[in-house]
Design a protein. Structure first.
Length: 63
């Protein structure tokens, strides 16, 4: 079983890193994972309704 996208974002943020929404559409979202200085290092793509609700409320870890 793979890790939920919201768990990845939470863990990323807890470790002082940043994330930001790149793309949101009805079928899913793409979130960019960045270093604490904002440099992109990876992406998470998911259609998980929990992730979609999160990024609609909060499009980045800075919000």
């Amino acid at each position: 079983m793979s890790e939920r996208a919201t768990d990845i974002l939470q863990r990323w943020e807890e470790h002082g890193a940043q994330w930001r929404l790149l793309e949101l559409h009805d079928g899913g979202a793409t979130v960019e994972l960045c270093t604490c200085t904002g440099e992109p290092v990876d992406r998470v793509e998911s259609s998980d309704p929990e992730l979609l609700a999160l990024v609609r409320r909060r499009p980045s870890s800075e919000d």
